[in-house]
Design a protein around this ligand. Structure first.
Ligand SMILES: CC(C)(COP(=O)(O)OP(=O)(O)OC[C@H]1O[C@@H](n2cnc3c(N)ncnc32)[C@H](O)[C@@H]1OP(=O)(O)O)[C@@H](O)C(=O)NCCC(=O)NCCS
Length: 362
């Protein structure tokens, strides 16, 4: 039976030798078969590449929009990468190794065959006409390319400026990933709420409410709208990308110069410093990216565990607001107020943050 047009035998796809255009064509790169085009791919490019000893796949480069994946089929090629502002690093790969380069991280990479045997790779990458690529080790090529293809130029290495610097849509701390809830999280969030009805509901009225998964989904859609409008930033707190363990938010309830942090954590993950870690990350972003002057945390005066979080982070108890908070029983009760000013904050905890386009904010 003849093969359908979307199946190709890679040996039947012609192999071409890679090189950059003149005047950068002295160096010969890998020998590659454009499997993606041959099989009719439109949004993804896929190349099977042979890398002779001493050659590299490309100049070290970082993509803004195109995600790239690499799988080692044979040999011992070396992966070379450069994190923004850091020295280049290399590690030797082996057959079966898989590498992922998410777009917009600013991490530049290439593969260099420093071994004495040929290496073979499968490289898959997105194709965006408005892609921008940064070549930290090849400033002449970068300048030439910016000139030749201005739409693919790199105006500002990774970092957005001004108003575009807010809000963070993905935050990574030492142990946590903090990101807005997505519709696909609805089942997990529903299960988490169910498991924490007593624990959270003791202090927060919504914690007691029973909700089916559709109500949780509709809550998530509401968070997304308010997040997009920058009215209210509600995040999930995750271990890895898909295990939610709690929630944290930045709320506009304390005037134009500040934001209030609210939080809750799954009872099984209490007492391990996760809330303190997530709150510290938000403080850094509010002060250093959003450049506001004040962060507050409010809680019922006898919610000792909640009050311990701001105290652990160096907040000062600045007062009590009468009848400010509706407790789980539906009564208006006072709130203890903890405040932290920008100049009082300093943190050397690991923290990375990106905007919704995957550009690094911090
Ligand atoms: C309030 C609440 C979020 C606090 O959670 P928490 O787990 O106590 O806070 P953290 O995650 O910061 O953990 C701190 C604890 O971990 C310990 N810890 C362990 N490793 C730690 C680390 N690396 N860093 C900081 N603390 C660490 C601390 O010593 C502290 O333990 P302790 O309570 O025995 O002193 C939680 O109790 C909760 O969800 N309550 C219900 C909802 C609620 O009240 N929300 C707030 C409404 S205002």
């Amino acid at each position: 039976m003849p093969l359908p047009p979307f199946v190709v035998r890679s040996a039947a796809v012609p192999e071409t030798e890679g090189a950059y255009p003149a005047p950068f064509d002295d160096e010969k790169l890998s020998l590659g078969r454009d499997l993606g085009t041959a099989a009719g791919s439109r949004r993804l490019g896929a190349w099977r590449e042979r890398l002779l000893p001493g050659r590299r796949t490309s100049f070290t480069h970082a993509h803004v929009r195109e995600e790239e994946l690499l799988y080692v089929l044979a040999g011992r090629p070396s992966l070379r990468w450069i994190e923004p502002g850091q020295e280049a690093q290399e590690v030797e790969l082996q057959p079966g190794d898989f590498v992922s380069f998410p777009a917009g991280t600013g991490v530049a990479h290439c593969v260099w065959n420093r071994a004495d045997v040929e290496a073979e790779l499968l490289v898959v990458g997105e194709r965006h006409t408005s892609e921008r690529t940064h070549y930290p080790e090849e400033p002449l090529f970068e300048a030439w390319r910016d000139d030749a293809r201005p739409h693919r130029a790199w105006p500002d290495p990774v970092r957005p400026v001004g108003d575009a610097r807010w809000p963070a849509a993905r935050i990574e701390t030492e142990r946590l990933i903090i990101r807005p809830w997505e519709p696909a999280d609805a089942w997990d969030l529903w299960a988490l709420r169910e498991a924490n009805r007593e624990h959270v509901g003791r202090w927060l009225a919504w914690g007691r409410e029973t909700a089916d998964v559709d109500e949780v989904l509709s809550d998530i859609r509401g968070y997304q709208v308010r997040f997009a409008e920058r009215r209210d930033l509600v995040y999930g707190v995750f271990l890895g990308d898909h295990q939610p363990i709690g929630g944290i938010g930045l709320h506009k309830r304390v005037g134009p110069e500040g934001l209030e942090i609210g939080y809750w954590i799954d009872h099984a993950h209490e007492g391990r410093g996760f809330v303190t870690e997530a709150s510290a990350a938000l403080c850094t972003l509010v002060f250093e990216v959003r450049r506001l002057k004040l962060v507050e945390i409010h809680c019922e005066p006898d919610n000792v565990r909640s009050a311990a979080v701001p105290l652990r982070l160096g907040f000062t108890r600045t007062g009590t607001l009468p009848a400010r908070h509706v407790n789980a029983a539906g009564d208006a009760v006072p709130s203890a107020v903890f405040s932290l000013l920008a100049h009082e904050w300093q943190s050397d905890r690991p923290l990375k943050a990106w905007d919704s386009l995957g550009r690094r904010l911090y």
